[in-house]
Design a protein around this ligand. Structure first.
Ligand code: NZQ
Ligand code: ZN
Length: 389
């Protein structure tokens, strides 16, 4: 295991009706009368009445709401730039995201953009590193991206989708009420389940030795996500299952499962190119296509880790030869994805028009490579995209 330092500063407030406390939770940080930028997406939170509840709670706590709706899935730079303008004009003291990963990421980007003199995109193209941010808070409406506890922000501009990360954007408070998830369509339930599984896998597939403690936690978490994900596909109002998934999604990406080990993130890098190529592609569904292809390409670089995954996560019995056991593990993962209705290939993702070469070039544009389990260069990435057909 490698040396590490870990500090997770997010106060997590979990359970039925806890969103009613958001005003008081923010007032612990902000003086009376402060303005809060309340960011939301395409209107779900208006229809469900959550936004009105949030505004009431803020008003009761002597805070003023400045609302900003319209964040799209795969949030866009132009929206964030407008949000930064508004936040400056209104002199808001904090940003409150009410939504899923896209809304939280747009809110985080606004939070680092407000005190910065240059263009916020500078942080994503690695031209600058954020040093200051407005405080960010969050009410989660979709367990998936894990942004409610993560230090990451993912933003798109035209055909580029890039990420940046800094502990200063980790929300200081996040509220998770599993009942808010009841309105999610199946597509978002499965995309969320796949995404949180992937956040653990991106860390679990490591070449770092001596990770037994975290491995065991990660394996148990992945089994639980699959079990409860299946329950939710059958009954989207299963409160206990939502509790497990809400908790898992939030912890999957707060850094815990990567303690002391080198993380990978090649699958996310390749998926981000797909959802940048077509912004209607849902991140989690893209990962369902990318991940098995990546596994087929890299397993030989550490077959023992893939056997461990097959046996401890996918409940495969060793098949005699290493290759057979590894393949059985990958097959079982694909079977799980199929069971929850995920796309199996680029065609089902409606992305068969991509140029594997073009996407591989873009994936390497910033750092010249992706991943660490096996370091992937343009040619490797092109081959992996071809395996997704
Ligand atoms: O826009 P609204 O009306 O809110 O509808 C949303 C949206 O259409 C809907 N939705 C959200 N909560 C709902 C609901 N519908 C019914 N009931 C509810 N309770 O779901 C749709 C998708 O929302 P979105 O926020 O885009 O989904 P998700 O949470 O999966 O976020 C995806 C984004 O997060 C990024 C992804 O790349 C993508 O841009 N990621 C961010 C990460 C991070 N910051 O740490 C890590 C992840 O790996 C990921 O890359
Ligand atoms: Zn993800």
């Amino acid at each position: 295991m490698n040396n590490f330092e870990y500090c997770n500063s997010t106060r997590l407030v979990f359970g039925k009706g806890e969103e009613d406390r958001i005003g008081d939770l923010l007032r612990k940080k902000l003086p009376a009368g402060s303005k809060v930028l309340v960011v939301f997406g395409g209107g779900t939170v208006k229809r469900t009445g959550l936004l009105a509840k949030v505004e009431q709670s803020l008003a009761k706590a002597d805070l003023q709401s400045v609302t900003l709706g319209g964040v799209t899935p795969n949030p866009q730079l132009c929206f964030v730039q407008k949000g930064i303008e508004l936040a400056r004009q209104q002199a808001v003291a904090a940003v409150l995201a009410v939504g899923g990963g896209s809304v939280i990421d747009a809110s985080k980007a606004i939070a680092i953009g407000v005190p910065y003199e240059g263009d916020v995109w500078d942080f994503f193209i690695q031209k600058a590193a954020p040093e200051k941010a407005l405080p960010v808070a969050c009410i989660l409406t979709l367990p998936a991206a894990g942004s409610e506890q993560s230090i990451r922000i993912v933003l798109s501009d035209k055909d580029r989708k890039l990420g940046t990360g800094t502990p200063i954007v980790r929300p200081f408070v996040s509220v998770i009420d599993p009942e808010i998830f009841y309105t999610l369509p199946k597509k978002q339930i499965r995309a969320g389940v796949i995404d949180m599984m992937s956040h653990i896998m991106e860390r679990y597939f490591t070449q770092t030795k001596g990770t037994d403690f975290i491995d065991g936690q990660a394996e148990a978490a992945m089994r639980s996500i699959m079990k409860n994900g299946l329950k939710l596909i059958k009954n989207h109002k299963n409160y206990d299952a939502w509790c497990q998934i809400g908790l898992a999604g939030s912890f999957a990406h707060n850094g815990y499962y990567g303690l002391g080990q080198v993380e990978d993130w090649a699958c996310h890098g390749m998926e981000h190119e797909l959802s940048a190529w077509d912004t209607t592609i849902t991140h989690g569904e893209g990962l369902a296509v990318v991940t098995p292809a990546w596994m087929h390409y890299v397993w030989k670089d550490n077959p023992e880790r893939f056997i461990q995954f097959a046996c401890n996560v996918m409940s495969v019995k060793p098949h005699g030869s290493t290759k057979k056991t590894v393949m059985a593990g990958i097959k079982a993962l694909k079977k799980f994805y199929a069971k929850i209705g995920a796309p199996k290939n680029l065609k089902e993702l409606k992305a068969d028009g991509i140029s594997a070469k073009e996407l591989a070039v873009k994936a390497c544009q910033l750092n010249g490579k992706l991943g660490n389990f096996k370091v992937l260069h343009e040619d490797d990435i092109e081959q992996i995209y071809k395996l997704m057909r």
